[in-house]
Design a protein around this ligand. Structure first.
Ligand SMILES: Cc1ncc(COP(=O)(O)O)c(C=O)c1O
Length: 388
């Protein structure tokens, strides 16, 4: 059956008839499930991934969220986790063994890279693609792991091309799809095996919950269930699953609004002479980027800018003037947030990574673009009183 994204996010799976008419499904806040007979109990335990036995397994509240996310991504099955990193690590723990190699494509979230550095201790190698993915594949490459868009420079890569190359070589593909959400990008329809999310960002949407998810085929998610989830133990609590289900109900609406607000902010930023570069996929059209329209149907509200005159003092002066934008990690919530990777002593390190010293990242929230733009204007004014 073909459901629209709006239907999946709102009513799909709610089953009021099974819940005394309750329009909002109950939260199964329980650690375990009991049985009438010992035979029924032992039978359920034989195949725990299909039965309610223990919440570090399958729980009906979390399962509803998983059904919705699998459908949204057009995948067969989903498993949710206690965090995005729980979801990401489950993929590596389940699919890789000693002697395997992971090829990273595009800029990758720092802690994901750190995890692979740690896995070197278990003889699992990784390297970064220089752009020509096919020539970067090694004989022992088992997984191509992608972020597109990335979340600092928002760079994008051609997902259909990568999945075609991977299939030719019999290599798994996984993508961190947190930036776009399944509302704007469905990597499984572009040939990817696994789509991963930090639910902490847009999908939760209210900055009150931490969670993660992996969507893929029955076969892969079943493998992930045992080794990446049950034995690793990164469980999403039923209360948090229910908060994320509530977040999902407005996800399509919120994403449209984040996009509209962000595009208005970008329009304003293009008028500022202090800005060297605006990093957001909406800015890259045609030519080498002609694949974007095929793989994305919209843009979220996470962008960064590069100031013409960078350095810690300038960046700090800009950020300290903001009041609508709160200073903090994470992104994708209702509130506008500002952050920068620059610290007092890491300018050289940033330059080596291809990141300028005037980089500032904004998560454009839902406060209204006029308010947000007025806030940014205060930041730009502050730049003129600081010597670099
Ligand atoms: C792109 C991306 N992926 C994954 C994660 C990790 O998610 P979590 O913080 O929910 O573990 C983050 C967190 O900031 C992120 O930005």
């Amino acid at each position: 059956m073909n459901y629209t994204d709006e239907e999946i996010c709102t009513q799909y799976g709610d089953r009021p008839k099974d819940n005394r008419g309750a329009v909002s499904p109950p939260i199964y806040q329980t650690s375990l499930f009991t049985f009438d007979t010992f035979e029924a109990f032992t039978h359920a335990q034989l195949y725990e991934r299909e039965n309610y036995v223990y919440t570090r397994g399958v729980n009906p509240t979390t399962e509803l969220l998983e059904e919705k996310l699998a459908l949204l991504e057009r995948g067969e099955k989903c498993k949710c986790f206690g965090s995005g990193m729980g979801a990401i690590s489950s993929v590596f723990f389940s699919l890789l063994k000693s002697g395997d190699h992971v090829l990273f494509v595009n800029n990758i979230y720092g802690p994901t890279q750190q995890l692979l550095e740690h896995l070197q201790n278990f003889n699992i190698e990784h390297s970064f693609s220089n752009g020509d993915v096919e020539s970067d594949i090694k004989p022992h490459t088992k997984l191509i792991y992608v972020e597109s868009p990335g979340t600092m420079l928002m760079k994008v890569v051609d997902l259909r091309k990568i999945s075609t190359i991977a299939k030719k070589h019999g290599i798994y593909t996984a993508i961190d799809n947190t930036w776009a959400t399944p509302i704007f990008q469905k990597p499984i329809t572009l040939g990817f095996d696994l789509s991963i999310h930090s639910l902490t960002k847009y999908i939760g949407g209210h900055s009150d919950v931490v969670g993660g998810a992996v969507v893929g085929t029955h076969e892969l998610i079943d493998r992930i269930f045992t080794y990446g989830f049950q034995l690793n133990g990164s469980v999403l609590s039923p209360q948090d699953a229910s908060l994320i289900i509530r977040g999902l109900r407005t996800l399509p609406l919120r994403m449209k609004q984040h996009q509209d607000n962000c595009l208005r902010v970008i329009q304003y930023l293009t008028t500022k002479e202090e800005v060297l570069k605006i990093n957001h996929p909406s800015q890259w059209k045609g030519g080498a980027f002609s694949f974007i329209d095929d793989q994305m149907t919209g843009y979220s509200g996470l962008l960064s800018i590069e100031l013409k005159e960078g350095g810690f003092k300038k960046v700090a002066a800009f950020i300290n003037q903001l009041s609508i934008f709160k200073i903090g990690v994470s992104w994708g919530g209702y509130e506008s947030l500002v952050n920068s990777p620059i610290k007092e002593n890491n300018e050289l390190e940033l330059i080596e990574q291809g990141i300028g010293t005037g980089i500032i990242r904004f998560s454009i929230g839902l406060e209204g673009s006029d308010l947000v733009i007025a806030d940014l204007e205060k930041g730009f004014q502050a730049l003129h009183s600081i010597k670099s």
